[in-house]
Design a protein around this ligand. Structure first.
Ligand SMILES: [Zn+2]
Length: 333
């Protein structure tokens, strides 16, 4: 067993969830949310997790063995300017679970700092605890886009991130949420989970698609916020065209490094464009509040369940399957 230094806890993981963006490939490359990462050595996957505290270091004050926790999977240096400003996802010394060379959480025991473990209320399940991770990504995206009451929000992509963004935007009072995806079965989730209206783009140009969205949903000048959770060039372009003047655009999906981009439109409309990466100070607590208060129902995202011993089957299901959203793997007994 790992030696426990002060302020660290050892968590026996109850559940971990994985989505299609995380695949351990045969050529030893790892795909993390669309970004290809090379790794020389095999690595343990998993970054969406919850568990039971097994033991605690002598300086740990807020948790004790037996407590149920959600585990935030990235540990920053706490000393750099990014950490001090709360944007610790930007910390150059951040270590993040299942990002090479750091092993992930799909193991019996996992060592985590006290302040990156969040105690689950009794009525919040381990599965919901694991899904606090992607929900936190949605909270950060809405924070970056300043999503607020009365906004019209257009979200490109109805995968797990697009869905959690819709749910958070709804929780923050957006009056109209439009989810855009080519796959209509995914849009069914956006309706149910995010309370979104939906749009399937046709073969037109990005400008034409934006015009269709504006007309179909009577958006007048355009949307207040556009969020891309795909990384696809056509979606990014459409997102700029669908915004009203002074609208906000958040880039969250990772795709090609270089794209053709309507930058003159961005200038003439005075659009504010920001990137969003993982999460910052407060997002995990906020996500847990949204779930604990019954505002966001994460259980609706779970489509499959496997035991720890069936983990390979779980990944194959993700790789092959349609209608796969979140696949849960239970902890090793
Ligand atoms: Zn730092």
């Amino acid at each position: 067993m790992t030696h426990i230094t002060s302020k660290y806890i050892l968590s026996r993981l109850g559940y971990a969830a994985y989505n299609s963006a995380l695949i351990w490939s045969e050529n030893r490359a790892i795909y993390i949310t669309g970004l290809r990462v090379e790794s020389e050595d095999p690595m343990i996957l998993g970054h969406e997790s919850s568990g039971i505290v097994h033991s605690v270091g002598k300086e740990v004050e807020s948790l004790k063995p037996g407590d149920r926790v959600a585990v935030e999977p990235g540990f920053p240096c706490r000393r750099c300017v990014y950490c001090k400003s709360g944007n610790y996802a930007l910390c150059p010394r951040l270590t993040f679970a299942a990002t090479p060379p750091v092993d992930g959480t799909l193991q019996k025991y996992y060592l985590a700092p006290e302040d990156f473990c969040y105690k689950l209320p009794d009525h919040v399940t381990f599965e919901e605890g694991a899904l606090i991770e992607p929900l936190s990504v949605g909270v950060e995206i809405c924070k970056r886009g300043n999503v607020k009451g009365g906004d019209v929000v257009v979200i490109f992509g109805a995968g797990p991130i697009g869905l959690v963004v819709a749910a958070v935007a709804r929780a923050y009072g957006a009056r109209k949420i439009i989810s855009v995806d080519l796959v209509s079965s995914k849009l069914e989730y956006a309706k149910r989970f995010g309370g979104a209206e939906v749009f399937v783009p046709g073969k037109g140009t990005s400008e034409e698609t934006a015009k269709q969205i504006i007309e179909k949903f009577s958006l007048g000048d355009g949307a207040d916020v556009a969020i891309d959770a795909t990384g696809a060039e056509a979606c990014i372009q459409t997102g700029i065209y669908v915004l009203k003047r002074a609208g906000r655009f958040v880039q969250a999906g990772m795709g090609k490094e270089m794209i053709s981009f309507p930058i003159t439109t961005l200038i003439s409309k005075g659009i504010v464009l920001v990137g969003s990466f993982r999460y910052s100070e407060g997002c995990y607590r906020e996500s847990l509040r949204l779930v604990s208060d019954g505002i966001v129902d994460l259980k609706m995202m779970i489509t499959h369940r496997f035991s720890f011993k069936e983990a390979v089957k779980a990944f194959e299901t993700v790789k092959d399957g349609n209608d796969v959203l979140k696949v849960m793997i239970s902890g090793l007994e």
